[in-house]
Write a protein that binds this ligand. Sequence first.
Ligand code: FES
Ligand code: FE2
Length: 371
Amino acid sequence: MKSLLNKISNRPPGHGLPPACYTSAKFLRLEKRLLFLKEWHCLGRVDEIPEVGDYFTIDLASEPLLVVRKTESEVTVLSNVCRHRGMPVASGAGNTGKFRCPYHAWTYELSGKLRKAPLVPKERIEKDCGLPRLNSHCWKGFIFVSLDAEADWSEGQESQTLVPLERHLANYHMQDMHHAASFVETWQCNWKSLVENFMDGYHLSVVHPESLHHLTPTSLCKKVTGSAAFTTYTANYTRTAPVREKHHPSLTAEQVKQSHLFCVFPSLIASVSADTLVYLALHPLSASEVSVKWGVATFESDLSEAEISARVNKWKQINNEDHQILQRLQAGLRSKFSVTGPLAADNFEGALLDFHRFLLQKLGVETTSNV
Ligand code: FES
Ligand SMILES: [Fe+2]
């Protein structure tokens, strides 16, 4: 591990991370401790659960979580682990008035408060036998959670350092976009490879020759300044790209012809355009496997099933192309001949440098290179 950290520190300026960062179980353990048990991570969109009692379950860093709309105005994130003997209380998604543990029928309110523990003598029930509530925050319609009991979004750097991104994307009104579909998949690659892939305009024309090159070729990508909490780049459209007719009136003519790809560090990657928001929330399962919750939201609230399917299918194709290439990348990264190479100019791979800077700062790695 020490030699890997030395390799990171001493790599040449403008180079990627050493391949072992993407394959080492030890490195992942460090990331889990310092990033996934500490930082803020996206679990989905608030309007996936629009009605009181709507809920979904999701795992983050091996923690089973339960996301529930407790009241019309409040979404809450609970530990999905029964306080009796540890059974996950809920599974999948749905709507309910209470959560009943499938093992011995302990029952909890939507707030997590214990309502009933059949046949358990009252004196044995401690005061706080409810499901623990985690720190959560809604940002632009995204539900964020932190497993760190001390975390406070309003006092942390997120509230400050995301401001430039909020300004940059304000006209798209992401918070008002309408949830259309979401999926949970397992991708066979390191979670950082997926962040880097999403934030790299370099691969667009090569990996997506049919699905994206004619719309957002690599040559038109433009890096935008990031911060300690995010990175972003703009994928500009070709002159022949179809015009997006329906969008928020505040968008400029230029913004209608752009997609903005951004990463809220460390694990939310997203693309917003005039009429569509696509996000991928990443939760690593191992060094070479990542759980991907991805979803699509639309500007329009009245799309037909067929129109939604068309938009979702387009992204299924793009994601599939990315998954295929990242799966093959993972095999290459395991090779003893794999090395850290120089990155392309900032407009095409500069966002990776922002991501690496964040990562290494959080992991406490001192670096002599200019990342
Ligand atoms: S583990 Fe939940 S009621 Fe027993
Ligand atoms: Fe891609």
